[in-house]
Design a binder for this molecule. Structure first.
Ligand SMILES: *[C@@H]1O[C@H](CO)[C@@H](O)[C@H](O)[C@H]1NC(C)=O
Ligand SMILES: *[C@@H]1O[C@H](CO)[C@@H](O)[C@H](O)[C@H]1NC(C)=O
Ligand SMILES: *[C@@H]1O[C@H](CO)[C@@H](O)[C@H](O)[C@H]1NC(C)=O
Ligand SMILES: *[C@@H]1O[C@H](CO)[C@@H](O)[C@H](O)[C@H]1NC(C)=O
Ligand SMILES: [Zn+2]
Length: 478
């Protein structure tokens, strides 16, 4: 993604101080020169600097005061009782009910649910055994996968390291089980094997596919996730295996051993289920219809506790509202927390929200999502015009007391993408996330990876950025 407005923006920008200083010099005494969009960097910096004390109060409460560890405690109480919450499950419905009740008890404004139809895939019993020595392979079927026929599939394994190698060995794939032992490069690069591995194998007549888990680290842990079938291509069962087993089978096959795996999966897809996006607000005092949206997704995979992905993002969005409420801070515009449903199936809840609310897109000031873990925050990642970026840079200075002042490129989040693509400024929480994919979509995603002090800092960043942007005299320029 590149910022195509940069050149034009910079040129206009450099003229602004002159225009404004003339304006200020000649007409300020009459009060008639209230700048609209044409404000200088210095003037905006001054306005934002006026929030230094407010930012300190938010930080004091969240990090050192009576709200210390509150976001961690909220997340633990939630995930320890509700557990994992995959789209379509009763558990996700309990999670939504839990949050709805908790947000209302917390005294927030306009707490409500917005209905969404969501995919309902069910894992069922599953197992895999490597037959030459009856070695049990820890597996997780991939989301949307079909099951195997009764009795399972027993087939010889063809190990490849890439789609290119699969194409070279296309003639060998028919009737086999294709195992992708792709190296982990980055999540974005490597996830294509999980997403498209089954379809590419099926095109060549394979009976099933196994994918090395998309993670840089493993203690024999399979990592699940969504996968996509393609119309007109047979739907074959697909599961992930551990790095350890993928590498072992690659070594054995290299030495010429014949590897046979018996795969059994009872996975199935049921009709779409009823679900909800969960919403709560601090209503704006002057422009309640204008919105700074903060968010995380409430659904998770059906393993672990979904503490990190994305209970943390959902809970700091709730906690940001609680902090503002505790401090009696009501910004000019509304700060709205949305806890999305069915993100893991491709941002289903968020897509529906966008369709419904895009009619008011000109009132969306900033959309924010935290979905890369609530670890020690460094700052935020931001997508927006150069003018908006200059304002964000000033806002981030307010987070100096907790060393979270970094303003990175590229706001990201499945659930806010559509808004950003339509020109709304977007921000995501930027944390020390180097271990995120160690636990992602696995049984390792539990409260144990969360740290109370780190979550305090994340909540402080979230509340400060949301509050200040929502309270500035003007919306962020697009
Ligand atoms: C918050 O958590 C930290 C780290 O576990 C702990 O040292 C501290 O005492 C906790 N504070 C409160 C108020 O419970
Ligand atoms: C594997 O298991 C099957 C059935 O349980 C058994 O018949 C066979 O002897 C086992 N093979 C080895 C090598 O343990
Ligand atoms: C759009 O904004 C108007 C005015 O604030 C509001 O009445 C309406 O409910 C909004 N529509 C949606 C779909 O949010
Ligand atoms: C921020 O950094 C300073 C200097 O490195 C350090 O003293 C301080 O403890 C840090 N604060 C937090 C909240 O991490
Ligand atoms: Zn997520």
């Amino acid at each position: 993604m590149t910022d195509s407005q940069v050149l034009g923006g910079v040129r206009i920008w450099t003229l602004l101080p002159t225009v404004l200083s003339l304006c200020l010099a000649f007409t300020l005494p009459t009060g008639n020169c209230r700048p609209q969009r044409m404000r200088s960097n210095a003037e905006i910096a001054q306005e934002v600097a006026g929030y230094t004390d407010v930012a300190k109060r938010i930080i004091e409460l969240a990090v050192y005061g009576k709200a210390q560890n509150r976001s961690y405690d909220k997340l633990a109480a939630f995930t320890d009782t509700v557990g994992s919450r995959v789209s379509g499950s009763d558990s996700l419905e309990r999670a939504i009910k839990y949050m709805y009740d908790a947000l209302r008890r917390d005294g927030l404004d306009n707490v409500h649910l917005e209905p969404v139809k969501v995919p309902h895939w069910v894992r069922g019993e599953e197992s895999a055994v490597m037959l030459p020595r009856n070695h049990t392979l820890p597996i997780l079927g991939l989301g949307s996968s079909v099951g195997t026929p009764e009795g399972g599939i027993e087939a010889e394994v063809l190990v490849v390291a890439s789609f290119e190698e699969l194409q070279k060995r296309a003639a060998e794939a028919k009737g086999k089980m294709v195992l992708y032992n792709e190296p982990y490069v980055s999540y974005g690069d490597t996830v294509q094997y999980r997403a498209f591995g089954a379809t590419e194998a099926a095109k060549l007549g394979a009976l099933a596919s196994l994918v090395r888990s998309v993670t840089p680290f493993s203690i024999s842990s399979p990592h699940t996730g969504w996968q996509d079938y393609q119309d007109g291509v047979p739907r074959i069962p697909s599961a992930c295996v551990t790095i350890e087993d993928a590498e072992m089978m690659a070594r054995m096959s290299h030495l010429g051993h014949k590897i046979v795996v018996r795969l059994s999966m009872a996975a199935k897809t049921l009709p779409d289920a009823d679900s909800f996006n969960t919403v709560a607000e601090i209503r704006g005092s002057e422009h309640p219809e204008q919105v700074v949206l903060i968010s995380g997704h409430l659904d998770s995979w059906d393993v672990g506790q979904g503490a990190m992905d994305d209970g943390g993002g959902a809970v700091i969005s709730w906690e940001a509202l609680s902090l503002l409420r505790d401090l009696g801070l009501r910004p000019r515009r509304t700060v709205r927390a949305v806890l999305w449903t069915a993100e893991e199936q491709g941002g289903v809840g968020a897509a529906q929200y966008y369709q419904l609310h895009k009619v008011n897109i000109s009132n969306f000031d900033l959309v924010m999502e935290s979905d890369l873990g609530t670890f020690r925050p460094l700052g935020i990642q931001f997508t927006g015009s150069q003018k908006a970026r200059a304002i964000m840079r000033e806002v981030m200075k307010l987070l100096e007391p907790i060393n979270a002042t970094v303003l990175e490129e590229h706001g990201e989040g499945t659930d806010i993408n559509q808004w950003m693509e339509a020109g709304v400024p977007g921000a995501s929480l930027h944390t020390v996330d180097s271990k995120y994919f160690w636990f992602h979509h696995s049984n390792g995603d539990t409260m144990t990876v969360q740290d109370p002090m780190e979550m305090n800092l994340c909540s402080a960043v979230w509340a400060t950025v949301a509050y200040v942007i929502a309270d500035l005299e003007e919306m962020l320029p697009r």
